[in-house]
Ligand binder design. Structure first.
Ligand SMILES: *[C@@H]1O[C@H](CO)[C@@H](O)[C@H](O)[C@H]1NC(C)=O
Length: 396
């Protein structure tokens, strides 16, 4: 299309000086085309009506305005460049003072009823009344409707925030069949506007333009692949969750008896809860595909809750005297186990048998804490690594 514009400019430059047009020339041409020729915008502009008219479509993207996970919608701003030859709108420039092109309101000439087939809102005419088409003396019509296109798009946020989405924009001549018009793509991909408006969250990875033939229609499918920029989500959701989880694991390094343990663990748990309230608005809100990051946060909160419960039980036990009934029960059980193993293996120091107060509750609890610290740390590291591997590496 740029070529056409260049050509027009060049020709105007060359002939403009030699043959100059006056307003009378323009007026004569308008009268010739639309009054004398009796132009009817309802008639498809081919002299032979059994030959389908070729319409070329180019899509230029100006920017991505938004992606909606719940409504499964892509909002993109851009314009189409639709071109066809109107055999009824051609003239000899020499007869009109070298006039090579004119503008005419889009509603006053024949144009294909192209519209977005997988649109989100109601099917409507492209462009608007004030947009004009450019007609050149060969009858080539160039129409550039600018629009905010809202299309349906299957958004899969499983790999949030490392996800890629593929969206289609299907343009079809709604009422005209393939016997009347053939819609074809003008370029192999979507054109990106020079001053492409960059979106804060999404970047355009690639695009394609494809001709699709249905039974009675031809359509052009523009496919656009966009990728989420993960930095914001990493800094604002994932890092805080990681840090809180690490804090939670270190609960087991605090002594139970002092009473600080419960205060600490509850504070961390509350921080989780508050944090979740803050970020729940920003995570993809869909139940179609649960993002791995949500599952990860659920796991961390589950572990956090278990840690609170363990801490509560441990704090309770720390205040038990060593001759509580439960302790007796445990000791009897331990003794029985020991005796059984002694019969087979022998040589195991029988602490419980020799001295009734050999192990205190505090000692038992700190031993348990050591084990739990490593268990929780392992679960944390493993769950983090697995989530990262599944979500991150698949899409990087
Ligand atoms: C119109 O086009 C068809 C198919 O190309 C051809 O068979 C027919 O003769 C043409 N008619 C006229 C009037 O040129």
């Amino acid at each position: 299309m740029t070529a056409t514009w260049c050509l027009i400019t060049l020709l105007t430059f060359i002939f403009g000086t030699a043959i100059s047009q006056s307003n009378i020339n323009v007026q004569n041409l308008y009268t010739f085309l639309f009054t004398t020729n009796n132009y009817n915008k309802l008639i498809r502009p081919s002299r032979n009506q059994s030959v389908p008219l070729s319409v070329h479509v180019i899509f230029t993207l100006y920017g991505i305005s938004g992606v909606d996970e719940i409504e499964q919608k892509l909002t993109a701003t851009g314009w189409l460049e639709v071109e066809w030859t109107d055999e009824l709108l051609s003239w000899t420039p020499a007869s009109y003072g070298g006039l090579r092109y004119i503008y005419y309101p889009q509603g006053e000439v024949w144009k294909p009823d192209i519209s977005l087939q997988n649109g989100f809102s109601k099917l409507e005419e492209l462009g608007s009344k004030f947009i004009s088409v450019l007609v050149d003396s060969n009858g080539l019509v160039n129409w550039r409707p600018f629009q905010v296109f809202e299309s349906k798009c299957d958004i899969d946020s499983t790999y949030f925030p490392f996800d890629k989405q593929t969206c289609h924009l299907d343009f079809v001549a709604w009422s005209l069949s393939s016997k009347d018009v053939h819609i074809t793509q003008g370029r192999k991909r979507i054109e990106l506007a020079d001053d492409l408006h960059r979106h804060g969250e999404w970047k355009v990875l690639s695009s394609t333009a494809l001709n699709l033939a249905e039974t009675h229609k031809t359509k052009v499918r523009f496919t656009i692949v966009i990728q989420r920029k993960p930095l914001y989500a990493i800094m604002n959701y994932i890092m805080p969750i990681l840090l809180l989880s690490i804090l939670d694991v270190f609960t087991f390094k605090i002594r139970v008896g002092t009473g600080e343990r419960i205060a600490y663990v509850i504070t961390v748990w509350l921080a989780y809860a508050v944090f979740l309230t803050i970020i729940s608005d920003s995570l993809p809100k869909t139940s179609e595909s649960i993002p791995i990051v949500s599952i990860y946060i659920m796991i961390q909160i589950f572990i956090g809750t278990v840690i609170v419960i363990i801490s509560a039980i441990e704090s309770g036990c720390a205040h038990l005297s060593d001759d509580e009934p439960v302790y007796y029960l445990l000791r009897t059980f331990a003794r029985k186990c020991r005796k059984r193993s002694v019969q087979s293996e022998s040589e195991i120091p029988l602490c419980l048998d020799r001295d009734e107060t050999c192990i205190t509750w505090m000692e038992a609890i700190s031993a348990l804490d050591k084990i739990l610290f490593w268990v929780c740390l392992t679960i944390f590291v493993l769950s983090t690594l697995i989530s990262l591997l599944i979500a991150g590496l698949k899409n990087i």
